[in-house]
Design a protein around this ligand. Sequence first.
Ligand code: NAD
Length: 544
Amino acid sequence: MPKGVFQIPYPVNEPVVGYEPGTPERESLHAMYLEMYEQEPIDIPMYIGGEEVRTNDKREVTPPHEHKKVIAHFNYGTSAHVEQAIEAALKARKNWAKMSWEHRASIFLKAADLLTTKYRDRMNAATMLGQSKTPHQAEIEAACEMADFFRFNAYYMQEIYEEQPDSAPGIWNRMEYRPLEGFVFGISPFNFTAIAANIPAAPAMMGNCVVWKPNDTQVYSAHVIMELFHEAGLPEGVINMVTVEGPDAGAVVFRHPEFAGLHFTGSTAVFKSLWKEIGQNIDLYKYYPRVVGETGGKDFLIAHHSAYPQQVATALVRGAFEYQGQKCSAASRAYIPSNMWDEVRSSMELDLKSMKMGAPDDFSNFLCAVIDRKAFDKITGYIEYAKNHADAEVIMGGNYDDAVGYFIEPTVILAKDPKFRTMVEEIFGPVLTIYVYDADHFEDTLHLVDETSEYGLTGAVFSRDRYAIEQATDILQNAAGNFYINDKPTGAVVGQQPFGGARGSGTNDKAGSYMNLLRWASARVIKENFVSPEDYRYPYMASE
Ligand code: NAD
């Protein structure tokens, strides 16, 4: 038990390394990438209760930009492994839930410092190689955002613990923030290494033990995350990583009486199906499970006629195409006023012509490949749909090639119908659909933006007119959980723009904020009376 009121060091966002030509950081990252690329394929285990678990079902890991090259195998498990992971988590919980919070915090603060020093190149190179990210896209999240999650969450945990009820004369009221009883199930998406790490780390920091299932297409960096946790001193069984079919995991987890919470990031359809399953099994559980999910988006950018066209074009190009559009926050539908469309269009055409696409070890590339065959087929299906439809025209890009890697050109579709399919559905690839509206109809178009999709994740307005900005902020109040004024809708920074959306985009518990951490605690109020009454009679009952 602590014998001091400790203070977490005030967190500061991890500075982003630039990797400019001629710098030692660039040389070192490049060398690490080549080392990982050239070495014999590694064998990635599951991690259950401190054991490395291997099976006979070995699955290949191939870089999305070179799908014939095998860089690793990972060991596929079954529902029996999920059962073992739950047992390991429940066993570890006995000590972990009791450990005083400053020691839990220390482990993650240490993980942040290891990550930004010794592990920086490995985490970034693994993300570049396994998820096809450029050095910059890997650096901003796999190194910086992950470290920010660990440091800021430790600070928020302390702030939560400091939040205490009032007391009265003769009474001392206290609040303790217990971990949930049972275990937490973490499910993470492929697209951010930092999110993958935070899915199990946030509940674990609050004293919970976790069964974590990463996406199969992210296991290459997931195993570096497990090594980082281990080196930082995370006790065995606190975070258990299993690589199994989602439904195989769900079949065990969602029928377990000690299932205490789901920490999910991924697509809306999967999250809804899991919520249904949890609801159907509610009678099996000892506690009401906490259900936290950050899900899909159909993120918008609307320009007012007063905006600078060049700024709008740059925000669209970066917002739509960085990491091949595979960000939940990526700009994927835009509403451009007729007065500036020609200028925005020619600026985007120039940008797209100059953009290079290829493998991430060529640092001059702006785009790499999309994650896998399934994504490639889905995205190109949308492109073909637009090419063959009278209500739309593919005006930039539109070509693709999967001979070596899953490469898709940054593609812009011009929609005649503002509710054209690609204006409504999440595509999750380098495809932006634009609708040009009558510049005099800004207000009507704001309502259109609000009503077009089921999602409410991110959105942006560009304007120099403050009345227009105020109007957009008001009408689009529920259209985005992260709303940007004169900026692209991507690139949220921990501690600055807590991230998450509502409507079909999730429970909006804001990853990397105290709001998310609160979901992993169950408060107990302790009232202590210093002088206990010794007579049941109240004074008003006395005879006159
Ligand atoms: P996905 O939904 O395909 O997969 C997410 C995870 O769910 C994976 O680990 C997958 O294996 C697992 N899964 C799938 N079916 C399952 C089942 N039946 N039972 C248990 N687990 C199951 O998503 P993805 O392709 O990895 O990621 C992209 C999606 O995630 C996009 O929709 C994107 O918008 C969203 N996303 C949202 C945020 C956010 O903060 N809102 C952040 C990143 C990604």
